[in-house]
Design a protein. Structure first.
Length: 67
């Protein structure tokens, strides 16, 4: 592997790891299947973030009367 390829792989791994951690922590705060969202966040990016927004964050905001 060339150094640029290694750098891209490391950055992608870091992004997916941060995404999984964020989804786990936020889902745990909202009591919404934290382990499921954390594992799904570790599989790929950015689809889990998009799905999380539409299935968890948006309904919570509507329920609480937010934007």
């Amino acid at each position: 592997m060339i150094q640029t390829e290694i750098a891209v792989v490391v950055i992608a791994y870091f992004f997916v790891l941060v995404q999984g951690i964020f989804l786990f922590i936020d889902a745990k705060k909202r009591n919404r299947m934290a382990w499921f969202w954390g594992i799904v966040g570790l599989i790929q990016a950015p689809m889990p973030l998009i799905c999380y927004y539409f299935f968890v964050i948006k309904p919570d905001r509507e329920k609480r009367g937010g934007k």
